[in-house]
Design a protein. Structure first.
Length: 300
């Protein structure tokens, strides 16, 4: 897969995630955050499982033999995903869809910073202004300059550190194993089992609670988890984590659009200019590296 196609795959994932913010806010019923997170990720894992088993049978004996280290990394990836998803889901229930989409994008500048400080991973110079531009764009779109942060916003902010770690882990393990569907499915089941196990212990949900959240579990499980997270893993095999974070930040635009169309949340022209800033950042990280100004110059 080419880098352009990989980035288009990531853009599609962002579109699905943005629209799913509405279902995550309105489709939980009386089901607790942890139980809802576990259920939706188990549904997503079941959706992708047949394709993952087929890929594993092809890759494991011929292209890359999975080792115990790989499975441990996948358990870690699923655990980080579970933590990020729970914190975000709890926050979404106590803030607006637009704000949740904006605050989640805080992970965008975190990805290259963490990659540089902890992993010594250098990125193209355009990533830095593009990351800042995407963050400022999400700030403008959220209208946060007119709104005081509430408790729900703080939970979403807390999730961004784990989202940044998840993006870095996914990029590494997907490239290492060359089996993105296996990576996606395994992390889904780790996240799902953790969610249902802890949810049954902490929240003690009833069968009726799961029934009341059935639409939300099904919609988010199939589309946001089964499709979008799998697209993320597939796309990140062929592009850098920092680039992926910038492209995935466009979910803010789609979250605001969904909030406007479905929930009636207002979006001003000034907020729309933030969306243009995000798009500019995405275009920059896509086009500058292959342009004359983005290529390293040689002397002589």
């Amino acid at each position: 897969m080419s880098r352009l196609r990989a980035n288009l795959v990531l853009l599609l994932a962002a579109m699905i995630w943005g629209s799913a913010f509405v279902a995550q806010q309105t489709g939980t019923g009386n089901l607790g955050t942890i139980s809802f997170t576990g259920a939706r990720f188990l549904v997503g894992g079941l959706v992708v499982l047949p394709f993952a088993l087929r890929q594993f049978r092809r890759v494991h004996p011929n292209e890359y033999r999975f080792q115990s280290t790989d499975w441990l990394l996948l358990v870690l990836t699923g655990s980080v995903l579970f933590t990020a998803a729970c914190l975000q889901q709890y926050g979404i229930l106590h803030t607006t869809v637009t704000n949740a989409g904006f605050l989640t994008a805080l992970y965008v500048p975190m990805v290259p910073i963490i990659g540089l400080l902890l992993l010594k991973r250098k990125v193209h110079w355009v990533v830095w202004p593009a990351s800042i531009g995407c963050f400022m764009g999400t700030y403008i779109m959220s209208g946060a300059h007119d709104v005081q942060l509430q408790m729900g916003d703080l939970w979403v902010i807390g999730s961004t550190l784990f989202w940044a770690g998840h993006v870095l882990l996914v990029g590494y393990i997907a490239s290492r194993t060359r089996a993105p569907l296996v990576v996606a499915t395994f992390q889904f089941f780790v996240c799902g089992l953790l969610g249902l196990g802890l949810g049954l212990f902490i929240e003690n949900p009833s069968i009726a609670d799961f029934g009341g959240a059935l639409f939300g579990i099904g919609y988010v499980g199939v589309f946001s988890v089964g499709m979008a997270f799998t697209l993320q893993v597939v796309g990140q095999r062929y592009t850098q984590a920092a680039d992926a974070a910038i492209i995935l930040s466009s979910e803010t635009i789609f979250a605001a659009l969904a909030g406007f169309l479905i929930l009636g949340e207002r979006v001003t022209l000034f907020q729309l200019s933030g969306g243009l800033l995000i798009l500019a950042g995405i275009m920059a990280v896509e086009l500058v590296p292959i342009s004359p100004i983005g290529k390293p110059r040689t002397l002589g």
